[in-house]
Design a binder for this molecule. Structure first.
Ligand SMILES: NC(=O)c1ccc[n+]([C@@H]2O[C@H](COP(=O)([O-])OP(=O)(O)OC[C@H]3O[C@@H](n4cnc5c(N)ncnc54)[C@H](O)[C@@H]3O)[C@@H](O)[C@H]2O)c1
Length: 253
């Protein structure tokens, strides 16, 4: 899909990958860009890009859906929706039920709340594009981050299901699945030792990930892998699941 003249919405746009997507997509002469985030600092980001801003929690079904409908009414359509907001916390079985719920609500349900408004809208207009920021953790798991890895697998299943179910209606879906990206999310991990296995394939900049995302959307690729090595790891996993589990066990912190 060509982004020119499209009405675009991006969630989690105050920082990191969402901010980089907003900057990169604004270079493509879109019709409009609407940015959503829970942080009020979004206003400055939107101001610098001549975009509209909406401060809200995407895990609040009512608020999120109301704003999406308002954006459709204001701009006439949503052509490209980038469902990017996400949260990450390390932890294993000690992860509390409320932390599980938060991960589930933001990393999975927010995409579903949006899809309930956007799929019927896009079906009516006969076209539309949904980019879900998932993660390589949704394909290859992530030792020590049980709620994140599990909810990102669910988000991946959701992306596949939307692509399968609504492709015939002219709706395209992409799943953006980077490994580590240099954003506040990764900075919150603290100092990662240089030789840590998670850093083996490099820490990409958010701008590099946004560039890959735009390229993938232009080509209408379902799976967008900014770290190319991920394709090889998925093949290895499919080829010999037991060997793959053994290999990932060696990464357990
Ligand atoms: N950084 C990485 O290494 C990495 C790797 C793979 C995937 N991802 C995914 O990329 C996406 C963006 O992450 P990032 O690295 O840019 O992180 P980030 O923390 O820099 O940015 C996330 C943004 O989402 C917003 N947000 C969080 N919860 C929200 C909510 N409930 N409602 C509205 N906005 C909310 C935050 O305020 C923030 O601006 C996430 O889905 C994350 O899981 C990140």
């Amino acid at each position: 899909m060509n982004i020119q003249n499209k009405n675009i919405v991006i969630t989690g746009a105050a920082n990191g990958i969402g901010h980089a997507l907003a900057k990169r997509m604004s270079e493509e002469s879109p019709q409009s860009i609407s940015l959503i985030d829970i942080k009020s600092s979004l206003k400055e980001v939107a101001g610098s890009l001549n975009a509209d801003s909406y401060i809200l929690d995407v895990s609040n079904e009512h608020d999120f859906q109301t704003v999406l409908k308002d954006i459709i009414n204001k701009n006439g359509s949503i052509d490209l929706f980038c469902s990017n907001a996400g949260i990450q916390k390390f932890g294993t079985l000690e992860t509390s039920t409320s932390d599980w719920q938060k991960n589930w609500d933001v990393n999975v349900m927010s995409h579903i709340y949006a899809a309930k408004v956007l799929i019927p809208h896009m079906q009516k207009q006969g076209s539309g594009y949904i980019l879900l920021t998932v993660s390589a953790a949704g394909l290859l798991n992530m030792p020590g981050a049980i709620a994140y890895a599990t909810t990102k697998h669910a988000a991946m299943g959701l992306a596949e299901n939307l692509a399968i179910m609504y492709g015939d209606d002219g709706i395209k879906v992409s799943a953006l699945c980077p490994q580590l990206v240099d954003t506040d999310m990764v900075k919150s991990f603290g100092n990662i030792p240089e030789n840590h296995p998670l850093l083996k394939d490099g820490l990409l900049s958010a701008d590099a990930v946004a560039e890959e995302a735009v390229c993938g959307i232009n080509k209408e690729k379902f799976l967008i892998l900014p770290h190319k090595e991920v394709a090889k790891y998925i093949q290895g996993k499919a080829f010999d699941y037991d060997a793959w589990i053994d290999a990932v066990r060696r990464l357990v912190p």
